[in-house]
Design a protein around this ligand. Structure first.
Ligand code: SAJ
Length: 421
C-alpha cells in the first residue's frame, strides 16, 4: 500500500522523532499538535524537547520540505496518534487526549486511510478510538462493524523507545503491530517497514495494548524487587549492590537496581492501566507500584536519621546549621527530564523540613523550572561538595560517578543509587 502522506498527531517525545524519521525516508509528513509554540518551533527547523540528534533530523526534514507542522489536521493516507495517556487522581487512565485527537482527525479521513494508535493505552482503548471515529464519520465503514472490508483500517502499535536513545531504538527495535483485523495489521506493518529494521510482529489490538503494559510492568516489578531488597538489606546490614551483583552471576537471575523510587511518565504510570481494568487480579503489579512509590519516603526518613546522628556527633551545632546537598534531580541518569522525578519529590520534601538548608546539583539543566525556584537552590558541583554536611545521591549521572570522590571530610553520605559501590 503506498503511503504518500503520513500525519502524526502529537509532536512530543514519541511523535516528533517518529514524524522526523518518516520524513527522513522522503515521505511527506504533516505533524499536528495543539501547542502553537511547538508547531512554530518545528516549522523553524528547531525542536522543543531534548533528545540526542533529534534537532539535526528535524532540521533536515523541515529544510528539505518533507516535514511541516500545523495545529489543524489535514488529509493524509496514514494517521499515527501519539498523544499522552496520563492517569487521573484515582489511577484511572485518562483517554481525553486520544478522544480529542480522534475527533480532530475524523473530518479529514477518507476511504482507504489507516489510523494507528501509538500512545500507551489500557486494553480496549483502540476499540474505543475506533468507536469515536465511527461516531464522527457515519459515512465511512470501520473494522468493528465491517471487518476486513472496512473503509478505514485501525491498529495499535505501541511505542517502546527509551528516552535518550529514541532515534536508534525507533529504527532498531522490533515492533508489535496489533490490527483490529489481519488487513489492518498488514497495512500498519507495511507503513512501519518504511523505517523499522527490527521485526514487525503481528498480533491483535488488545494483545498489543497489553504487551506494552506488560513490558513496563515487568520492569516495575523487577525494580520493586530491588527496592524491597535494599530496605531488607539495610535492616540486615548487607550491601545491597554487592548482593545483587552476586545474585546476578546466576545464569537465570537478572535483578535491576534499587534507587530512590521510580519516575518518568511510563513505568510509574502504565502498570496502573492493568490494575484499573483488573483490580482484584493484578495484586503483584499493584504491590510493585506501591513499593516503588513508597521509596522516596524511606529516603527522606534516612536523611532525617542522618541529620539526627550528625547533631549527636556535633553537639555544638543545631538543626539550622546542617546543609543537605542533593545530587541529581532528573528522573534517571544522563537526561534533563524532571517530570515525575522521585529526586525532585525528595528534595522538595527535605526543603520544606529544612528551609534554606537544602541545595541541589543538577548538571543537565541550566535553571530550575519556576515551580521549584521557591523551595530549592541550584548550585554547581564544587560549591555543593564544599557546603554539604549530608550528601544525598539521588541520580547516577556519569559526571557524579566520575568526579564525586572529594566530598567534605566528616560528612554523611546517603547513596540511593550505589555510585560509591
Ligand atoms: N530505575 C531504577 N532501577 C533500574 C532501572 C530504572 O530505579 O534498574 C528507575 C529509573 O531511575 C527511572 C525509572 O526507573 O526513575 C524508569 O526508567 P527506565 O529507564 O526504566 O524507563 P523509561 O521510563 O525511561 O522508559 C521505559 C522503557 N521501558 C522498558 O524498558 C520496558 C522504554 O523502552 C519505554 O518505551 C518507555 O518506558 C515508555 O515510553 O513506555
Amino acid at each position: 500500500m503506498p503511503f504518500q502522506t503520513i500525519s502524526v498527531i502529537g509532536l512530543g517525545y514519541i511523535g516528533l522523532p517518529t514524524a522526523a524519521v518518516f520524513a527522513s525516508r522522503k515521505k511527506q509528513v504533516i505533524g499536528v499538535d495543539v501547542n502553537q509554540n511547538a508547531v512554530d518551533t518545528i516549522n523553524r527547523g528547531e525542536i522543543h524537547i531534548v533528545e540526542p540528534d533529534l534537532d539535526m533530523v528535524v532540521n533536515a526534514a523541515v529544510t528539505e520540505g518533507y516535514l511541516r507542522a500545523t495545529t489543524q489536521p489535514k488529509p493524509a493516507d496514514a494517521f499515527l496518534i501519539a498523544v499522552p495517556t496520563p492517569f487521573k487522581g484515582d489511577h484511572e487512565p485518562d483517554l481525553g487526549y486520544i478522544e480529542s485527537a480522534s475527533k480532530a482527525i475524523a473530518p479529514v479521513l477518507k476511504k482507504g486511510d489507516l489510523v494507528i494508535l501509538e500512545s500507551t493505552s489500557p486494553v480496549g482503548a483502540t476499540e474505543q478510538m475506533a468507536a469515536w471515529l465511527a461516531e464522527a464519520r457515519p459515512d465511512l465503514t470501520f473494522p468493528q462493524s465491517h471487518g476486513e472490508n472496512s473503509d478505514i483500517r485501525i491498529a495499535h502499535c505501541p511505542e517502546r523507545v527509551l528516552p535518550g536513545h529514541v532515534l536508534r531504538e525507533l529504527v532498531q527495535n522490533d515492533r508489535v503491530i496489533g490490527g483490529m483485523t489481519p488487513k489492518c495489521s498488514e497495512a500498519a506493518a507495511s507503513l512501519y517497514k518504511l523505517f523499522v529494521q527490527g521485526e514487525c510482529v503481528i498480533t491483535n489490538a488488545r494483545t498489543a495494548e497489553m504487551c506494552k503494559l506488560t513490558e513496563n510492568s515487568f520492569r516495575d516489578v523487577n525494580i520493586a524487587f530491588a527496592n524491597e531488597l535494599s530496605i531488607i538489606c539495610e535492616k540486615l546490614d548487607i550491601n545491597v549492590w554487592e548482593l545483587i551483583r552476586l545474585a546476578n552471576r546466576h545464569p537465570r537471575v537478572n535483578i535491576l537496581q534499587p534507587g530512590p523510587g521510580v519516575g518518568g511518565h511510563c513505568i510509574a504510570v502504565d502498570p496502573w492501566f492493568i490494575v484499573s481494568k483488573t483490580p482484584e487480579e493484578a495484586r503483584l503489579i499493584r504491590t510493585a507500584r506501591e513499593v516503588n512509590d513508597s521509596k522516596p519516603e524511606w529516603v527522606v526518613n534516612k536523611v532525617k536519621q542522618a541529620v539526627a546522628e550528625y547533631l549527636m556527633e556535633n553537639p555544638n551545632k543545631t538543626a539550622k546549621d546542617v546543609t543537605i546537598a542533593c545530587f541529581g534531580l532528573t528522573f534517571k541518569s544522563n537526561i534533563d527530564d524532571l517530570r515525575e522525578s522521585p529526586a525532585v519529590a525528595i528534595t522538595q520534601t527535605l526543603a520544606k523540613l529544612h528551609p534554606g538548608q537544602v541545595i541541589a546539583v543538577e548538571p543537565n539543566i541550566v535553571r530550575l523550572p519556576n515551580e521549584l525556584t521557591d523551595s530549592l537552590q541550584l548550585v554547581a558541583m564544587p560549591a555543593a561538595q564544599q557546603a554539604g554536611d549530608i550528601f544525598l545521591i539521588l541520580v547516577d549521572h556519569h559526571l557524579f560517578r566520575e568526579s564525586l570522590d572529594t566530598l567534605k571530610c566528616g560528612a554523611s553520605v546517603i547513596d540511593t543509587r550505589g555510585i560509591f559501590q
